[in-house]
Design a protein around this ligand. Structure first.
Ligand SMILES: [Zn+2]
Length: 263
């Protein structure tokens, strides 16, 4: 277990595991919210067999589910807590500085990917699912051949309005806008996806999600509400896209906007 490191300007005994960071009666406290969100995601088939997960950032503190835990049975005491500031000072990106670690677990391999959403996009929450629909969309794209398999696009569907316009932009996408989600290739170890996820964020500065081929999707938002809404909207669109493909319907269409006739 990584020994706890005191946050800047604070000191505590070496034996203190900072358990208070995950103890709260508030249901909206991240240590309570992550288990309740993961239980919901498990029911949707998004985090089956311990895969996938969610992380929440509140100011400097990042709350994370451990590796290999049954997502529907997770407890607040299972949650890791990491300091962004202490982490930024660490020279080795792969060595993470936890303020609080549950003794019986290992940190999640998703941690550096969640951190990318927090550091590069200022996100407040990041969700990772192994949704069937996300995986199927990447498989459908794969059949389109190299060069046409790195981006999912869809337009003229009402649910697109569930997405923000982009990083530091106000408002949401409109019905006629095209939603574009980059696709990165899967790697043998989840942690090794980080550099490719960051590359995709640089290439698509306004995206709130990155698909991982034959694996799933990472979705983030300014806060839990936005990350969850975008993740649900995206899963709806992925399912729709798979069914559309089955029916031979195109994902991109030209539709003339209907103008209101009444003043
Ligand atoms: Zn995964």
């Amino acid at each position: 277990m990584t020994p706890p490191v005191p946050p800047t300007g604070q000191a505590f005994a070496a034996t203190d595991n900072n358990d208070h960071l995950v103890q709260s009666v508030n249901p909206d406290h991240p240590a309570n919210l992550i288990p309740s969100l993961c239980a919901k995601f498990w029911k949707l088939g998004w985090v089956t067999g311990t895969g996938g997960g969610a992380s929440i950032r509140e100011d400097d503190l990042v709350y994370l589910a451990p590796s290999g835990v049954q997502k529907e049975l997770m407890k607040p005491s299972d949650i890791y807590v990491l300091s962004m500031a202490a982490q930024a000072k660490s020279l080795d990106r792969r060595t993470r500085v936890y303020l609080r670690s549950p003794a019986q677990y290992k940190p999640s391999q998703c941690t550096p990917l969640f951190m990318a959403a927090f550091t590069k996009r200022g996100a407040g929450c990041c969700i990772h699912t192994h949704s069937h629909w996300a995986v199927l969309v990447t498989l459908i794209l794969e059949t389109q051949g190299a060069g046409n398999d790195r981006e999912f696009q869809i337009n003229n569907i009402e649910q697109i309005k569930g997405f923000g316009r982009g990083f530091e932009k106000s408002g949401n996408l409109g019905y006629h806008d095209t939603l574009r989600i980059p696709v990165i290739e899967n790697t043998a170890h989840e942690e090794d996806l980080t550099e490719f996820l960051e590359e995709a964020m640089d290439k698509y500065p306004d995206t709130y999600a990155v698909l991982v081929r034959r694996h799933g999707v990472y979705v983030w938002g300014e806060n839990v509400h936005k990350a969850k809404t975008q993740c649900e909207s995206l899963d709806y669109l992925f399912q729709l896209a798979v069914e559309m493909k089955r029916l031979g319907l195109p994902w991109i269409t030209e539709i003339e906007p209907v103008k209101p006739t009444r003043a």
